[in-house]
Design a protein around this ligand. Structure first.
Ligand SMILES: *[C@@H]1O[C@H](CO)[C@@H](O)[C@H](O)[C@H]1NC(C)=O
Ligand SMILES: *[C@@H]1O[C@H](CO)[C@@H](O)[C@H](O)[C@H]1NC(C)=O
Ligand SMILES: *[C@@H]1O[C@H](CO)[C@@H](O)[C@H](O)[C@H]1NC(C)=O
Length: 145
């Protein structure tokens, strides 16, 4: 739900105990080469990639995600996780920090009713063992959501 600024405070009070808005197409499913909504209708998702939190951590926040939804009409955002980067961290180096960034970002998507792609952002070497650890963690963390 996109709130008009002037009603924001009022809405916060009204919605304080309301449930999160559902994502626009319910539970998605893959059929062949198509993405379908929960009723089997083919849907098209539109959104942004916010690269990886090591590099663009300032975008992994609720305000940016909310604005991406409401100002740019996105219904999906992709968040990448690097295995390791000499400059800035990665799952191997700053796991706890990156985990919190990812959790905050995905929870903001859930709160505002849009989809999130949790992705592994590796270049030459995919770092399979680290990737397995990452996806095992993410699938347990967001199980059922
Ligand atoms: C959230 O992201 C936007 C866009 O990068 C930035 O302007 C804002 O300062 C960020 N807020 C926080 C709390 O990091
Ligand atoms: C992960 O960290 C360990 C210990 O710091 C290091 O030995 C290893 O080379 C790192 N792996 C990658 C893929 O960066
Ligand atoms: C995922 O990793 C974080 C950061 O290390 C950790 O706190 C959390 O317990 C892990 N969750 C699971 C389900 O493995």
């Amino acid at each position: 739900m996109c709130l008009i600024k002037y009603f924001y405070l009022v809405q916060i009070l009204v919605l304080a105990h309301a449930q999160n808005p559902p994502p626009p197409y319910g539970q998605l499913q893959i059929k062949g080469r198509f993405v379908e909504d929960s009723h089997g209708n083919v849907v098209q998702l539109r959104g942004m990639s916010l690269m990886a939190s090591d590099y663009l951590s300032e975008w992994f926040n609720e305000t940016a995600i909310y604005q991406t939804k409401c100002n740019w009409n996105s219904n999906i955002i992709r968040f990448g996780q690097m295995p390791s980067t000499p400059c800035c961290g990665g799952w191997n180096n700053t796991k706890d920090r990156d985990y919190m960034r990812m959790v905050n970002a995905v929870n903001a998507c859930i709160k505002h009713g849009i989809y999130a792609i949790v992705d592994w952002h590796a270049f030459d070497d995919p770092q399979i063992d680290l990737a397995k650890d990452f996806f095992a963690n993410m699938s347990k963390t967001f199980s059922g959501q």
